[in-house]
Design a protein around this ligand. Structure first.
Ligand code: GAR
Length: 215
């Protein structure tokens, strides 16, 4: 039974999708804890209601990024994680934190990486005239939003999209994509070859949204 620790900063809808899939699909894993940098993160309530351990480490209590990350790592290690899942965890992580969990830490980013790392991805995709947007699950490496890609989902960008409408369309897909990628990790069906990640059971690493542009 593998231990998953999920990190959130707010709503936690991806965390919810992972918790639900872990239980309903009987993964060889359990969500051991949900940890946030914000005590008021709404997702913590969902986790606690499910009987999942929760913890918060407020980044504002620390003078340096290094000190915060050291305490965060100590807190996570207390739950003996086999996998750390960043699910809307909105902090830039130090290299030593990332190295500590390297090869066992996943992130979801709301763009088709390597396009649009960083913030405001949906607005930037619309402004760039992209016809396709999406989300990427990747292993976390010290360079922000650049690790080996596990899976991607693509959705159309519609002519009248706003960042909010595009974000909502992508989020529906994130909830399908992230649990699938986490399941692959806990089942041991991912192989990393350099920057390429293969799904050894042959499951699709690309999800295409069925939403079609209006005529
Ligand atoms: C998700 O869209 C996720 O892709 C994004 O934050 C949202 C969190 O929503 N993550 C990032 O932007 C990380 N750079 P959630 O809290 O409801 O899962």
């Amino acid at each position: 039974m593998k231990n998953i620790v999920i990190l959130i900063s707010g709503r936690g809808s991806n965390m919810e999708a992972i918790v639900e899939a872990c239980a309903s699909e009987h993964w060889p894993a359990r969500v051991a804890a949900v940890v946030s940098n914000k005590a008021e993160a709404t997702g913590l309530r969902f986790a606690a209601d499910r009987g999942i351990a929760t913890a918060s480490v407020d980044h504002r209590r620390f003078d340096t990024r290094e000190a915060f990350d050291a305490e965060l790592a100590r807190t996570i290690d207390g739950f003996a994680p086999d996998l750390v899942v960043l699910a809307g965890f909105m902090r830039i992580l130090t290299e030593s934190f990332v190295r500590h969990f390297e090869g066992r830490m996943l992130n979801i980013h709301p763009s088709l990486l390597p396009a649009f790392p960083g913030l405001h991805t949906h607005q930037r995709a619309i402004e760039a005239g992209c016809k396709l947007a999406g989300a990427t699950v990747h292993f976390v490496t010290p360079e922000l939003d650049h690790g080996p890609i596990v899976a991607q989902t693509a959705v159309p960008v519609l002519a009248d999209d706003t960042p909010d409408s595009l974000s909502a369309r992508v989020l529906v897909q994130e909830h399908l994509l992230y649990p699938r990628a986490v399941r692959w990790f806990v089942e041991g069906s991912l192989a990393i070859n350099g920057h390429r990640v293969e799904q050894t059971e042959g499951e699709a690493q690309l999800l295409m949204s069925t939403a079609t542009p209006k005529p």
